[in-house]
Design a binder for this molecule. Sequence first.
Ligand SMILES: Cc1cc2nc3c(=O)[nH]c(=O)nc-3n(C[C@H](O)[C@H](O)[C@H](O)COP(=O)(O)OP(=O)(O)OC[C@H]3O[C@@H](n4cnc5c(N)ncnc54)[C@H](O)[C@@H]3O)c2cc1C
Length: 396
Amino acid sequence: MKTYDAVVVGARCGGSVVAGKLAREGWNVLLVDKARFPSDTVSTHAMFANTLARFDALGILERLYDRHQIPRLFPRWRILEHELSGSYTAVGGYTYGISVRRIALDSVLVDWAIDGGVKTSFGERVQGLIGSGADGDPLRGVILEGGEEIHAPWVIGADGRASTVASLLNLEKTKPMTGEMAYLFAYWRGLPQEEVSSIDVNYSQQALMHNPGEDGIDLLSVGGPPEITRGSTADREKAYAARLHAFPESFDAGHLDKAERISDLIVVPETMMRGFFRRATGPGWVLVGDAGHFKHPGTAQGISDAVEQAIYVADAMAGDDPELEGFHEWRQERSSGHYEWSFIYGSWPVLGMAEPFLSGLAADSEARQDWLDTFTRIKGPSDVTTPERLGKWLSG
Ligand SMILES: Cc1cc2nc3c(=O)[nH]c(=O)nc-3n(C[C@H](O)[C@H](O)[C@H](O)COP(=O)(O)OP(=O)(O)OC[C@H]3O[C@@H](n4cnc5c(N)ncnc54)[C@H](O)[C@@H]3O)c2cc1C
């Protein structure tokens, strides 16, 4: 029988960070993932200044830069022809974001955890829990699919939005939300390199996102109604190509002729992005990252939230809240304002209301900065949409 201080299920942004931090506090931690790394997962992998600052403080950022060439990315949005661009108010000295494919980012996170003393079990899924996780019967470990029992007084579920740990605990999903947009992604090599990540949305339910990633690999993703992800491969390729050519003011599709597409189309139906909350802690267990709460990826907060929660949980467990009594309320407070906000970005602008709002926002430099700073969480949505501003913008 193997016994640890904690077993962490899921080894990406949430799992590797919580495991690596606890191990550095002297805990004996097992990190389990059904995947073997390097391993990719669907994401636009945009991260902002706040995540850079956290990775810097943990010693993860220098490892990323040691392995990869990573461009700085300043945001440029163009929604219904209104341009919103700039830089983030500095967090830890960073005023920009980065975009690193998960196959690269998650490997660095896993190696950082291992170098901190974390033991690993990769390539085998968790399929059972020891204990019910209810009052009087705390979780005491997990059972791997091969039948091996791993014993630990803490089970940390960082196993993503389809969390096995949460399902086995029979946790209810609350506050469900669904967006309207579906996406098609593909990776390219050989596009002109600029320090800009751009998002365009037009009046015809078309969106184009350009994220220059590590080592000269760019993600070009398009958004549209759910139909763009259906039909035949040829239908999806047509929908993808149409959107790549739909924004000549900001993306010169002529560049594609000189570039090479290095992936198949990655299909992201709107059903992949359904939001929810779950209870975050209970006897012997805690959920970190998407396992406990999923928001629409339109605001690209998932990585930073998973990392922030992992840091909170490890600090609390090894510090002054070893039973995690404050974690659930803290997570609820941190996520509540951003949850509905994220689904606005996963839906098409409501014509009639969106234009005066965007026009007011684009013309007001202070408000625009507040809006940019919602991505790093220096500001919340209600700091942008104050009654005074809304009154002014919406009355024309
Ligand atoms: C289309 C899309 C685009 C996104 N774009 C962005 C973005 O631009 N920026 C951003 O910040 N966020 C983005 N996100 C969100 C982001 O990907 C997640 O929030 C983030 O990955 C959550 O990290 P996590 O560690 O909680 O879980 P995950 O990254 O989902 O990792 C969970 C891990 O658990 C493992 N696992 C699951 N079940 C088991 C089991 N039974 N046994 C063992 N292992 C198991 C999996 O193999 C996986 O490795 C996007 C999400 C989607 C769907």
